[in-house]
Design a protein around this ligand. Structure first.
Ligand SMILES: [Fe+2]
Length: 317
């Protein structure tokens, strides 16, 4: 396959404070260079016999492919980020205020990161993270350190070639000029597209279909806020005696002896039960409790979840 040149969406003759000469040089030499390199690497990789090629050759080419491909993609985003009037749309202003506190706060962070790269080089990116459904500013040095699973929607190129023709070493003036030219309407469209990307798939356990789970952080918050909730560790007996630890503030009950302790529970308060990792025993116990009329849920990360969030443990018994 061959990668094709994307058009300069930003109409260089309309930019305010970034010269046509600078943008043309950037597009032709640096973006074009990355694309030419990418196509040469792709061709080379396609010609390799991977069963006989030494590992160091494969490693080098695959690393360079990643760098060239990401440089290509980020340059396309950079040029597509420019060409507007620099005024955030209402939708983006709302999203930035939601995720950063205010547009000014986001701007000062993004500009601060750009200025901090003066005299160095790299990218400053505004990225949408589907996992958390929020925006985040990040650095991407060497073109390749983009957030796994993130969707960049705004790119500021802080490599010297992006500004030296117009600004010499005055990178701050370049960052200001960049902001005057951001195309927020295009950014809003990219944001809408990014927000359609689904987060990681939730764990599906068809055999326990319909049993509601709850996250360990949510259980902890309910307990800390003094909300009524009855939380029980129902790991199988051999787990408790083997691991010898239990989350502080939690009681253990033997899942095999449910009929002996079910009478201790209060039907007017929700119940959360969990096993070692949040699978079978926790789900089965939650089902039995629900069948008995309790508002019961299983904690979907189990005892390991308490440890993973750093909740204090105590010795059991
Ligand atoms: Fe560049």
């Amino acid at each position: 396959m061959r990668y094709h040149l994307a058009p300069i969406y930003c109409r260089p003759w309309l930019l305010n404070g970034l010269s046509q000469r600078l943008i043309e040089s950037h597009y032709e030499n640096n973006y074009g260079g990355a694309l030419r390199r990418l196509n040469a690497i792709t061709e080379k990789l396609a010609s390799l016999d991977f069963s006989t090629t030494p590992g160091y050759v494969i490693n080098g080419l695959k690393r360079e492919e990643l760098i060239a491909l990401n440089s290509t993609l980020l340059h396309e985003l950079y040029f597509a980020s420019l060409g507007g009037d620099g005024k955030p749309t209402e939708k983006l202003a709302g999203a930035l205020a939601n995720d950063f506190g205010s547009v000014d706060r986001w701007r000062s962070e993004f500009v601060g990161m750009g200025n901090a790269l003066s005299g160095g080089s790299g990218w400053v990116l505004l990225v949408y993270v589907p996992r958390d459904r929020r925006l985040l500013n990040q650095y991407a040095a060497d073109h390749s350190q983009t957030l796994a699973g993130g969707v960049p929607i705004l790119a500021l190129d802080m490599y010297e070639h992006a500004y030296h023709i117009d600004f010499g070493a005055n990178a701050r003036a370049y960052v200001d000029a960049f902001f005057r030219n951001i195309d927020w309407a295009a950014l809003e469209q990219r944001y809408e597209d990014a927000a359609k990307v689904a987060g990681p798939r939730p764990l599906i356990q068809p055999e326990f279909d319909g049993v509601p789970g709850i996250a360990v952080e949510e259980v902890k918050e309910m307990m800390a806020a003094g909300k009524p909730v009855q939380v029980l560790d129902v790991r199988p007996r051999h787990f408790v005696s083997r691991q010898q630890d239990i989350a502080d503030g939690i009681e253990w009950r033997d899942p095999e002896q449910l009929q002996q302790w079910i009478g201790e529970l209060d039907k007017s308060e929700p119940v959360v039960v969990y096993c070692a990792y949040g699978f079978h025993i926790g789900c089965k116990t939650a089902i039995k409790l629900r069948d008995a009329g309790f508002d019961a849920r299983y904690m979907n990360s189990g005892h390991s979840g308490w440890k993973a969030i750093g909740h204090p443990l105590k010795r059991y018994g």
